[in-house]
Write a protein that binds this ligand. Structure first.
Ligand code: 5GP
Ligand code: ZN
Length: 136
């Protein structure tokens, strides 16, 4: 993709602090980190989001996710991690090249803070929704 920032990072057209690389996957530090060690993991082939990405790559990225997460836990010693994937602008996606965030959590007030809007269950029938989205 011509104008994709992450493709440019893959092609070394713009710099990044790369922490992992193999034939299919790259991981580098986020330029605007939410916390120390905030990392982005991307496929080298351009896909817009998770649901467009091949199953094979998603499985491979899952294993690399774990490897990078363990390394961050061992070296930077956060108390926890948030794994984040945004899909579409409404959900916060800014770069439309599939990426997974790993965001170390060092204390409750810093790092990623999630504002959950719990919906009213009376007007929202879980049994109906289960029927709608159940995969059998
Ligand atoms: P999104 O909101 O799309 O899930 O996340 C995109 C992430 O990419 C943001 O956290 C943003 O800081 C990061 N980012 C945007 N441009 C660059 C860049 O040029 N280099 C690096 N390393 N990260 C970037
Ligand atoms: Zn791209």
């Amino acid at each position: 993709m011509n104008n994709c920032i992450f493709c440019k990072i893959i092609n070394r057209e713009i710099p990044a602090y790369i922490i992992y690389e193999d034939d299919d996957v790259l991981a580098f530090l986020d330029i605007e980190p939410i916390s120390k060690g905030h990392t982005l993991i991307i496929p080298k082939k351009h896909y817009q989001n998770l649901t467009e990405t091949s199953d094979e790559l998603i499985m491979k990225m899952g294993v690399i996710n774990k490897k990078i997460a363990l390394n961050i836990l061992n070296k930077l010693k956060p108390q926890g991690l948030n794994y984040l994937i945004n899909q579409e602008a409404i959900a916060g996606q800014v770069i439309f090249h599939y990426h997974q965030h790993i965001i170390p959590k060092y204390d409750a007030k810093n790092g990623l803070t999630i504002n959950q809007n719990i919906i009213n269950n009376d007007s929202y029938n879980l049994e109906t929704i289960k029927k709608e989205i159940c995969i059998k």
